[in-house]
Ligand binder design. Sequence first.
Ligand code: ZN
Length: 105
Amino acid sequence: MSLFDKLREWFGGGASDSAEQEGGVAMISCEDALRLVYEFMDGELVDASAEEVKQHFDMCQRCYPHLRLEAAFRDALKRATSGQAAPPELRDKVVALLEQARTEG
Ligand SMILES: [Zn+2]
């Protein structure tokens, strides 16, 4: 299963504005989530931390594009380093995400 399929599984249709935080459960900060995103994608985080990061990206509309961007970028990179050419649609997706990230600041 590719990283993208995993992401789709996690976020597909699930994340919406109604997914608000319940009770006083502390969520990790955006800063922490973004700092841990690489380890998260590499599967290097232990269960509890991975769950916290996943939960953050589930809930946080602001960080979610970053996760998608990193995932798309790494997927393209992985293909490039393994000798496979990235398919045009993936390249377009990465470019679109980069463009989106840039305009959103
Ligand atoms: Zn966030």
